[in-house]
Design a protein around this ligand. Structure first.
Ligand code: XMP
Length: 599
């Protein structure tokens, strides 16, 4: 990146925290990049300060990241966070000890001095802690600038040398004044100017892409989501348009008008191709109702279609571009969906070969979603587009639950629910939805029933009850609220598969929900809002809908969103006006124990 701009270096002591700190600093309009300990030679004068990140290791055990002596030799301001604080304390002659108990979660920091690091902080503020070791004795020259109940030396500083350390994590949202602290460090202590902007990223990336691509062709599979579209935009700034190939596969499971909009926004690229494979997907999904099988069919069909199309292009010397973003990279070691999201693409034979040959360009793999959105705006994408919600690859295919119509006997489960009602006082009434959905319990997948809750519309009471029912009643992994103004006289599981008609119905329903959120200005606040079609007939009027709005940061955990009643009521009324919709529920389960999607 630009070597001229004021820069804060973040020394990476492990994991994703370091990256998050650099992202936060960049959000303050100060350029920041990661360096590995031991690789700090040759830094320019534009480096105005150094942050030592936290990390998963213990400083008291062998094998953790080593302190790089350059940190102090550079004579720039330093801020150590968590493990970084402990490194500083140890290096400068203080003591770090193991605590008996690991401190994890919120704590209250009481300010002890008027240190510039805590400028703008109140006398006591919430901070987020996650540590097992703590500083027991300060190094010479340091004073305590803030303490929590469990950790006397939670914030320390030596103002004369401009060296500071905090035990808590200012980079996470659970430290509400964390950004202010990082700003105090960057602007006041290091003296940085606000000189870094997204357009610098565009300049730098286009330069890099030009060099990397040369006269090769580049192929990108575009889903229509923010990440892949931002990638296309970056690439089209960087390389001649005849070198760029974009393929969009319409699997028939897209949102209303989505493929058309993709074609409209990327149609100017000469080698853009929209492949309408919707009938192939529908054909292959015919008669299938089991969630995992549906996913597999959608995945393999995608692979087949993409393989054929790529072969047809007959590209010679080419690179594959992917819209991988930073969280995809860090999660790819595990089983997280963010990794799964792109797996369909990665499994395509030709693409697998490209990956193993290293013929991949990933222009946004250093960015978090928020930065991708900012970059999208910088590249001229509309506000409405960049704030679209993440959308799963299998699309409506996993949001339309299917059934062969053979419901299970729910007598035992109903008995458990009745027992629960006897043992627990509640003004709500409970029933069972006769179809199952996926959830997570502990670390594993559950495939269980949802409790239907009816009664007073009070989000907090509903939240409490949902959690309690899911925890206490075996066989229940979700709770859904029957929105007011509806009554269930009869309820029946229906035979239903993925068909054109059901997809069209769900597309309409989804468009109503998205439109309602947009109209109420809630698209940003809500992370994602699946609209789920259930093969459950209420009062002999058709199928049911669940709306599932969630608040989340990165989809790993989520809270059900407490949306304004009037917005929800309007959405519900519009949904009930659709031909074939018999009831509308609202999912009040958090993740865990629920997942965001129902399949
Ligand atoms: P869950 O349902 O596990 O979802 O809470 C977490 C996030 O991952 C998305 N998701 C998927 N995305 N292909 C995708 O591209 C999939 O198969 C898939 N399954 C879940 C989900 O929408 C949410 O953002």
């Amino acid at each position: 990146m630009s070597q001229q701009k004021d820069t804060i270096i973040v020394v990476d002591n492990g994991g994703q925290v370091a990256h998050l700190i650099a992202t936060k600093i960049r959000a303050l309009k100060v350029y920041s990049e990661l360096v590995q300990p031991g690789e700090m030679e040759g830094l320019g004068d534009n480096v105005k300060g150094i942050i030592l990140s936290g990390g998963p290791a213990s400083i008291l055990e062998e094998g953790g990241p080593k302190f790089d002596p350059q940190v102090l030799q550079l004579k720039k301001p330093v801020l150590g966070i968590c493990y970084g604080l402990q490194q500083l304390a140890q290096e400068l002659g203080g003591d770090v000890v193991h605590s008996d108990e690991r401190e994890y979660g919120p704590a209250v920091l009481k300010k002890k001095t008027n240190s510039p690091l805590l400028g703008g902080w109140g006398e006591s503020e919430q901070v987020w802690m996650s540590h097992g070791d703590r500083v027991d004795k300060l190094p010479d020259g340091f004073e305590v600038i803030g303490s929590t109940q469990n950790s006397q030396c939670s914030a320390i500083g030596d103002e004369s040398r401009n060296i500071y350390g905090v035990q808590f994590h200012p980079e996470v949202v659970d430290t509400p004044k964390g950004d202010l602290l990082l700003g105090n460090f960057a602007y006041d202590i290091c003296g940085c100017e606000k000189s870094w902007h997204m357009k610098d990223y565009v300049e730098q990336k286009t330069r890099e892409l030009k060099e990397r691509v040369g006269d090769k062709s580049v192929l990108l599979l575009v889903s229509g989501g923010v990440d892949s579209t931002v990638c296309v935009k970056l690439l089209s700034e960087a390389i001649p348009e005849d070198q760029l190939y974009c393929l969009h596969i319409d699997n028939g499971l897209m949102r209303k008008n989505e493929s058309r909009e993709v074609a409209e926004s990327l149609g100017h690229i000469p080698n853009f191709k929209l492949v309408d494979a919707s009938q192939t997907f529908l054909q292959r999904l015919k008669g299938e109702y089991r969630p995992e099988e549906k996913r597999k069919i959608i995945g393999t069909t995608f692979i087949d279609v993409a393989n054929d199309e790529i072969k047809n292009l007959g590209l010679d010397d080419w690179l594959l571009a992917q819209g991988t973003i930073y969280p995809d990279t860090i999660e790819s070691g595990g089983t997280k969906h963010a990794a799964v999201i792109k797996i369909h693409h990665n499994r395509v034979d030709i693409i697998k070969e490209m990956i193993s040959d290293g013929k991949i360009v990933e222009p946004i793999n250093q960015l978090y979603k928020a930065e991708v959105r900012e970059l999208g705006t910088e590249l001229g994408l509309s506000e409405k587009f960049v704030w679209r919600h993440p959308y799963p690859g299998p699309g409506l295919g996993i949001r339309a639950l299917c059934s062969d119509g053979n419901g299970e006997d729910l007598t035992v489960l109903k008995g458990r629910l009745e027992e629960y009602l006897v043992d627990n006082q509640t003004s709500y009434s409970l029933d069972i939805l006769p179809c199952r959905s996926v959830g997570v319990k502990g670390d594993s997948r559950s495939y269980e029933y949802a409790a239907i809750v009816s009664g007073e519309w009070d989000w907090e009471n509903l939240s409490e009850l949902s959690l309690d029912v899911v925890n206490k009643v075996e066989g229940i992994n979700r709770a859904i609220y029957l929105l007011p103004g509806q009554r269930i006289d009869s309820m029946e599981l229906k035979e239903a598969y993925i068909t054109q008609d059901r997809m069209d119905l769900l597309r309409e329903a989804d468009a109503i929900v998205m439109g309602g959120l947009d109209k109420a200005g809630l698209m940003r606040e809500v992370w994602q809002c699946p609209t789920v079609l259930l093969p459950v007939d209420v009062n002999n009027k058709g199928e049911s809908i669940v709306i599932r709005p969630v608040y989340s940061m990165r989809a790993m955990t989520a809270n059900f969103a407490r949306l304004p009643h009037n917005t929800v009521s309007e959405i519900k009324d519009e949904l009930l006006d659709l031909d074939g919709i018999s009831a509308v529920f609202y999912d009040t389960t958090s993740k865990p124990p629920g997942t965001i999607e129902w399949e």
